[in-house]
Ligand binder design. Structure first.
Ligand code: LRH
Length: 479
């Protein structure tokens, strides 16, 4: 059987990996060539990404991957590096959890009213948005010196190939793209004072992105083309949702974040959608990711950091034994965005909503998982009514698909079956888009059909007890 080999560089908030996917008519398997930590660094000036460290990890990973037919890169959204006129990186890219965007929504709305901004971009109001980051950078020497802005995956593609571009799915997270047209929102950008010529020309998943530069080939030991994929990790993950033909599904991409919503053919840019803070990000093939950003397992990761507890297994065991849902917090509240003091902040949220404050690590873990399940329920329920798009099943993909308790609670809270897996959805979506561009799979339906046939999935049925989730829902005010 003929199979192609594709290297997926997939960068997450806490680690990066280079995976090799083999794709043939009846084959889709993924092996890890290299995994490396992604450790943000706090300077006096703020929280920064160590992009050189990440790039070194990518190079080592590509070397470990061996000969492949192509390479694709995806990462978290919204963040970027700035280049000067010589094409050199100006400083360390700023982390989206940096506090600099505080107050920037108000600054934006002073130039373009919130309703108009949403009507032209369809993007949720979140402090992480590239637009707000650019407004925060206004007047800095760095931005003044910049002639080019490259989103994180595009920056690495540039370093590997010397070619500059702006991949569309990730560009949609900037809040400067009109999802109805898939091009820049010129009128909003002009009114906001954002210079769109900073951005390199748009490119689309499947487009060729360049070939490895000679010094890169020297390090990796082999030549390969770089292929544009859904470079926003969530776009790649949704491309790898193992939905059967005709299935009416919602998805939750779980990891550091939970991204919960629907895949649609067209954006839904309504006022009720804006009020519920739904976003219309672009997926592959002109699809729209109509979803909400939920804080995700970040809440637990930060508690574990606070507790100096590296092992999640005992926490999940205690959490599973704890009764719940007892105390729940609003897991989509941006109050939880910044790092630090997470157990205290969760306790505070329980206190202000008049609920018992969980004290043991197991009880706090349970509170977090119940809160995520509740946020999943709210997002999936609202998405269906806002988009008039009912579903029968929820696919949980990404790292959280391995978390059995989270999957069961999500099924219980949503009241529909959960199908969990694959955990490495972003890497698989990255691989599949490359494989399609290189003729190994025909279309999006065939990609999903291959996933269904090859990936181990687990099904969770909802429990009959719906009342406890309605009661939990009533305890947490909606923002
Ligand atoms: C998930 C993700 C998410 C974005 C956030 C910045 O990794 O890309 O879709 O909102 O990171």
């Amino acid at each position: 059987e003929q199979a192609g080999a594709f290297a997926a560089v997939d960068l997450g908030a806490s680690s990066g990996r280079v995976m090799v996917g083999r794709v043939g008519p009846d084959t889709l398997d993924l092996t890890e060539a290299h995994r490396f930590p992604n450790r943000p660094v706090r300077l006096a000036e703020g929280l920064r990404w160590d992009v050189l460290g990440l790039y070194a990890g990518i190079l080592d990973g590509l070397r470990a991957a061996g000969r492949v037919d192509s390479i694709g890169i995806d990462s978290w959204g919204v963040d970027y590096g700035l280049l000067d006129a010589d094409g050199r990186l100006l400083g360390n890219p700023v982390h989206y959890r940096d506090a600099r965007t505080e107050g920037m929504a108000r600054k934006a709305w002073g130039r373009v009213p919130a309703e108009r901004l949403y009507a032209e971009t369809g993007i949720q109001d979140s402090p992480i948005n590239t637009l707000y980051q650019l407004l925060a950078a206004e007047g800095t020497a760095q931005l003044a010196a910049a002639t080019r802005l490259l989103l994180i995956p595009d920056l690495f593609t540039y370093w590997l190939t010397g070619e500059q571009g702006t991949e569309l799915t990730n560009a949609s997270t900037t809040q400067l793209i009109d999802p109805r047209t898939g091009t820049w929102a010129h009128s909003a950008a002009d009114a906001l004072g954002i210079d769109l010529s900073l951005f390199a020309p748009l490119r689309h998943p499947g487009d060729p992105a360049g070939r490895l530069l000679a010094h890169v080939v020297e390090h990796t030991g082999h030549e390969a083309p770089v292929t544009t994929v859904g470079s926003h990790d969530t776009a790649s993950a949704v491309a790898a949702v193992p939905a059967g033909a005709g299935e009416r599904f919602a998805y939750i991409c779980t990891g550091t974040w939970s991204l919960a919503g629907l895949e649609l053919d067209a954006p839904v840019m309504t006022e009720p959608g804006r009020a519920a803070n739904f976003t219309n990000e672009l997926g592959i093939d002109g699809t729209v990711r109509y979803l909400r950003n939920i804080m995700g397992l970040w809440l637990l990761q930060e508690c574990m950091r606070d507790w100096s507890e590296p092992d999640v297994v005992p926490l999940l065991r205690e959490a599973a034994a704890a009764p719940g849902p007892r105390s729940v917090v609003d897991a989509s509240d941006p109050a939880f965005l910044a790092p630090g003091r997470m157990p205290e902040r969760i306790a505070e949220a329980c206190r202000t909503t008049g609920q018992p404050v969980p004290t043991t690590h197991g009880a706090i873990t349970r509170c977090i998982l119940d809160s995520l399940a509740l946020a999943h329920r709210r997002a999936i329920t609202s998405a269906q009514s806002l988009a008039d798009h009912p579903v029968d099943v929820v696919h949980v993909v990404g790292g959280g698909a391995r978390n059995r308790l989270l999957c069961q609670l999500t099924a219980d809270a949503c009241g529909v079956p959960v199908v969990a897996g694959p955990a490495e959805a972003a890497a698989l979506g990255n691989v599949l888009v490359q494989a399609r561009a290189h003729g190994r799979v025909t279309d999006r339906a065939a990609m999903r059909e291959l996933l269904v046939r090859t990936q181990p999935l687990e099904r969770y049925e909802p429990s009959a007890d719906r009342g406890v989730w309605e009661a939990a829902d009533a305890r947490v005010p909606r923002r």
